[in-house]
Design a protein around this ligand. Structure first.
Ligand SMILES: [Ca+2]
Ligand SMILES: [Ca+2]
Length: 309
């Protein structure tokens, strides 16, 4: 073999090696979803989630379809779904107050069951650069939940329902993430996905890969056929996430006699509560009672001090 040919072959091998390692570095190990055993699938007939005025449920699935795929979690893995409060069809969707997060987990019994309790972190991300197909950008809100075994089931049943403790307000569409932290597993209970293969590739769903901490778009995560999206829902309200004024009990933006009437109605005639309740706390002593009515009357008609800011 000529020396020139040797150099060409060696250069080719080096180039091929660099090319292969580049491919590997840019691709997560593909995951193969598993089907939940047929005898452990319960036809889903959940109670529809409802609420008061401004209530909004955002979901990636039909409430009535069978639940089918599941997948193993590793600590540090996350499932991410795009959430758009405008899809609720309510006027003025923003600011949107997030109140609850729903999803299904699958906790089997028998051989090598999940270790309980499990720790799940719920994260809200904005869109990287405001573009859905760029994936999650900045972390906006985060809360960690410890979930005991009695929250799960040895067959599929109701969804998990995690209540958000603090005020989470979204001003734009966002990503919802469910993520296992280090916790006590593995194995962890599985996250359940819908029985839809090859869902539309719309950048709606992402996967956080524990090995490199990067987010990958749904179609780059799974072996074909790509499973349906994880069943993750969020509920909230479109009309409860605004700065309130102490003393403005009826929430119309001004403090006047109508707030006195509203408070009396609430306190003594079972009328609606101020939203948020603190708006009725005119004297800022952290309770809403008759002293707030007196305080408001004193302010409005006798020149007493204004409600606190
Ligand atoms: Ca008012
Ligand atoms: Ca008060």
């Amino acid at each position: 073999m000529s020396r020139r040919l040797m150099i060409v072959i060696l250069a080719g091998m080096v180039f091929a090696g660099i090319f292969a390692s580049t491919i590997l570095a840019g691709t997560p190990g593909k995951i193969t979803p598993e089907r939940i055993p047929l005898d452990q699938i319960v036809p889903s007939s959940p109670t529809p989630l409802t609420g008061d005025k401004g209530f909004c449920l955002i979901q990636s699935d039909s409430l009535t379809q069978l639940l089918w795929y599941s997948v193993d979690f590793e600590a540090g893995d996350g499932f991410v779904l795009y959430m758009d409060p405008a899809k609720c069809g309510l006027p003025d969707p923003y600011p949107f107050k997030i109140t609850d997060v729903h999803f299904y987990i699958y906790g089997w019994t028998g051989e090598n069951p999940p270790v309980w309790p499990v720790e799940i972190q719920v994260n809200i991300w904005d869109l990287n650069g405001g573009v859905k197909c760029n994936g999650p950008g900045n972390l906006l809100c985060s809360q960690t939940f410890t979930i005991p075994i009695d929250s799960s089931f040895d067959s599929l049943s109701r969804p998990m329902n995690l209540k958000i403790d603090s005020l989470w307000c979204a001003y734009n569409p966002f990503f919802l993430e469910i993520k296992y932290t280090s916790g006590t597993g593995p194995p962890y209970p599985r996250l359940v996905m819908t029985d839809i293969t090859d869902p539309p590739d719309t950048c709606d769903a992402w996967f956080l890969w524990h090995e490199d901490g990067n987010y990958y778009e749904w179609y780059n995560t799974w072996d074909a056929p790509v499973p349906g999206y994880p069943i993750m829902r969020i509920t909230g309200y479109t009309q409860q996430c605004y700065p309130f004024i102490y003393g403005d009990a009826n929430g119309d933006g001004v403090i006047d006699i109508s707030d006195v009437v509203y408070l009396i109605n609430y306190l003594f005639i079972h009328g609606p509560a101020p939203v948020p309740l603190a708006a009725g706390d005119a004297n800022c002593d952290a309770v809403v009672d008759v002293s707030d009515v007196v305080y408001l009357i004193n302010y409005l008609f006798v020149g007493g001090p204004a409600p606190c800011k």
